[in-house]
Design a protein around this ligand. Structure first.
Ligand SMILES: NC(=O)c1ccc[n+]([C@@H]2O[C@H](COP(=O)([O-])OP(=O)(O)OC[C@H]3O[C@@H](n4cnc5c(N)ncnc54)[C@H](OP(=O)(O)O)[C@@H]3O)[C@@H](O)[C@H]2O)c1
Length: 246
């Protein structure tokens, strides 16, 4: 465990080491990454996280994407933040090659409604493929549209009322996608914790108070999840924390 290293003194290779996934995974490892204000808001007054993040958070956000096989995101976040298929950019492309990862991570969008934002269906040069994860309740017309747009085997139907995240993660693991990065949002995070599938939380604390009624990084009923501190890195008052399942 290390405390209060200075992000600006850590080069990209050391940072990648600090955030490495466990070696030789025999099941998917789920890391969630969030940013929060000091008063617990997961978004600013514009309803997006861009107004509460900062350069330090963006550096770690990009690194975490580039350590992952798959970026898992809730449809609410994909709609609010304008998600598109994920590309890898320099300086991280070489890192992916060295780690034996695909050139870009897969984007997996979790949605009951299958109301997918058009951006995730865009063809983006150099980006990884897109999967949709939904339940058996999915609207047949939207299901067909998603299958047409993404490919039949790119739509995972798991669970009755909600998408069963445990089953979805097992299927991702069978496809060789074991290094999972969940980028939120709060509703998906609550479902993940409730399914007991959260292994790790990377949480950036931005030195801001924003008030308002924004959700915390979990949004739903009571949960119980006990974490231990992995590390704290700081940059100009921004705390980049890593917490691991006990
Ligand atoms: N601070 C941060 O780091 C951070 C990170 C991410 C997001 N955010 C913020 O969070 C806000 C969005 O919050 P949110 O709670 O709506 O986001 P969310 O968790 O990304 O999206 C919720 C939606 O995801 C789908 N979903 C989640 N779990 C599901 C399950 N088990 N089965 C089926 N569908 C499931 C549903 O989609 P359908 O509605 O399509 O059925 C649900 O309405 C935005 O303001 C965003 O900026 C902040």
């Amino acid at each position: 465990m290390s405390f209060l290293e200075d992000l600006d003194q850590i080069d990209d290779d050391e940072l990648a080491e600090l955030y490495a996934y466990p070696a030789d995974l025999d099941r998917p490892w789920v890391r969630a990454n969030f940013v929060s204000s000091l008063d617990g808001a997961s978004s600013g007054s514009d309803g997006r996280s861009g107004s509460i993040n900062n350069a330090a958070d963006k550096r770690v956000f990009a690194l975490l994407r580039n350590l992952a096989d798959v970026v898992l995101v809730g449809a609410g976040t994909a709609r609010a933040e304008g998600y598109r298929p994920v590309r890898s950019r320099e300086p991280w492309q070489g890192l992916r090659a060295r780690l034996g990862l695909a050139p870009a991570p897969v984007l997996a969008v979790v949605s009951g409604s299958l109301d997918l934002p058009s951006g995730v269906l865009d063809r983006v040069e150099g980006a990884g493929p897109v999967l949709a994860i939904t339940s058996l309740r999915a609207d047949p017309e939207r299901l067909e549209a998603a299958q047409r747009a993404l490919g039949a085997d790119a739509v995972l139907q798991v669970g009755e009322e909600h998408a069963d995240l445990g089953a979805a993660l097992d299927q991702l693991g069978e496809r060789g996608l074991s290094r999972v990065l969940c980028e939120g949002g709060p509703t998906l995070m609550s479902h993940l914790v409730a399914a007991d599938r959260l292994d790790e939380l990377c949480l950036t604390l931005s030195p801001l108070l924003v008030g308002g009624g924004a959700a915390r990084i979990t949004n739903g009923g009571p949960l119980a999840c006990d974490l231990r501190l992995g590390h704290v890195v700081q940059s100009n008052g921004v705390l980049l924390t890593r917490w691991l399942r006990r």
